[in-house]
Design a protein around this ligand. Structure first.
Ligand code: AMP
Length: 220
C-alpha cells in the first residue's frame, strides 16, 4: 500500500458547514494531491441504486453515520488508487474511534486539521448549502455562491439543496452526533501531536492561510 508513505496524509475534520470541503479543495489544488470526501464517496454509491447504495442512502437520509465496516472498506479501496501515492487529503474521516483505529493500522496522518465553528454558525451555514447534481461540486448560497444562480461554475449542471440538509431535525442530529463522536478522536490526535485547530469563522482566504502556515510549521 504505497499511500502509507505519501508525504502528505492529511485529515480535514470539523462540523458540517465548517468549510472543511472548501478548504480541503484549496489545499489539494495547492499541493497537487487528491481530496477524498467520504460524504461524496457515499453519495456516489447511494446514486448507484445497488443494495449497498440503498443501505448507504438510508443512513445519510436519517442523518446517521454509515457503519464503520462499510466506511473503512470504501476509504481503503479509494486510498489504494494510484493518485494517492504522492499524498492525499481526506475530508470527513475519521468520524468514529473505530475509523481512527483502522486508519492507524494502515498509515498515520501527518496532519489532522480541525476547522472549528460553533453549532449556531454551523446551522446558519448548512441551511444555505447547494450541490451540483451533475459533478457534485459544493456551493453556499451566501458564503460561496455560484457565478450564476442555480448553475454550476464547473459543468453548468443544476444546483439544488443537498437532500440531507433539508431536514432540520436530521441536521441538528448530525451536529450532535459529530460532537459526541469527534471529542475522543480530537483528544487522540491532540495527544499524538498531529492536531491543528483553526478558527473557521474567518473568511475563506484567512482560514486557508492559517492552515498553510500551521502545516508549514509542522513540516519543519
Ligand atoms: P458530509 O458530506 O461529510 O456531511 O457527509 C454526509 C453524510 O455521509 C453523513 O451525514 C454520514 O451519513 C455520511 N458520512 C460521511 N463521512 C462519514 C464517515 N467518515 N463515517 C460515517 N458516515 C459518514
Amino acid at each position: 500500500m504505497p499511500f502509507r508513505k505519501a508525504p502528505f496524509r492529511i485529515a480535514m475534520l470539523g462540523p458540517q458547514g465548517s468549510g472543511k470541503g472548501t478548504q480541503g479543495d484549496l489545499l489539494a489544488a495547492a499541493f497537487g494531491i487528491p481530496i477524498i470526501s467520504t460524504g461524496e464517496l457515499f453519495r456516489q454509491q447511494a446514486a448507484t441504486r445497488t443494495l449497498l447504495g440503498e443501505q448507504i442512502a438510508s443512513y445519510i437520509n436519517q442523518g446517521k453515520l454509515v457503519p464503520d465496516e462499510i466506511t473503512n472498506t470504501l476509504v481503503e479501496q479509494r486510498l489504494a488508487a494510484a493518485d494517492c501515492v504522492a499524498g492525499f487529503i481526506i475530508d470527513g474521516f475519521p468520524r468514529t474511534m473505530g475509523q481512527a483505529m483502522v486508519a492507524e493500522q494502515l498509515f498515520t496522518f501527518t496532519q489532522v486539521v480541525l476547522i472549528h465553528i460553533d453549532d449556531h454558525e454551523a446551522l446558519r451555514r448548512i441551511s444555505g448549502r447547494l450541490r451540483c447534481a451533475n459533478c457534485g461540486a459544493g456551493y453556499n448560497a451566501t458564503a460561496r455562491p455560484p457565478k450564476k444562480a442555480g448553475v454550476c461554475d464547473h459543468c453548468s449542471g443544476p444546483l439544488s439543496p443537498r437532500r440531507d440538509d433539508m431536514e432540520n431535525v436530521a441536521l441538528q442530529r448530525r451536529l450532535n452526533t459529530y460532537r459526541e463522536q469527534s471529542t475522543p478522536i480530537l483528544e487522540y490526535y491532540q495527544q499524538q501531536g498531529s492536531l491543528i485547530t483553526i478558527d473557521g469563522k474567518q473568511p475563506i482566504e484567512a482560514v486557508q492561510r492559517d492552515i498553510r502556515a500551521a502545516i508549514d510549521k509542522k513540516s519543519l
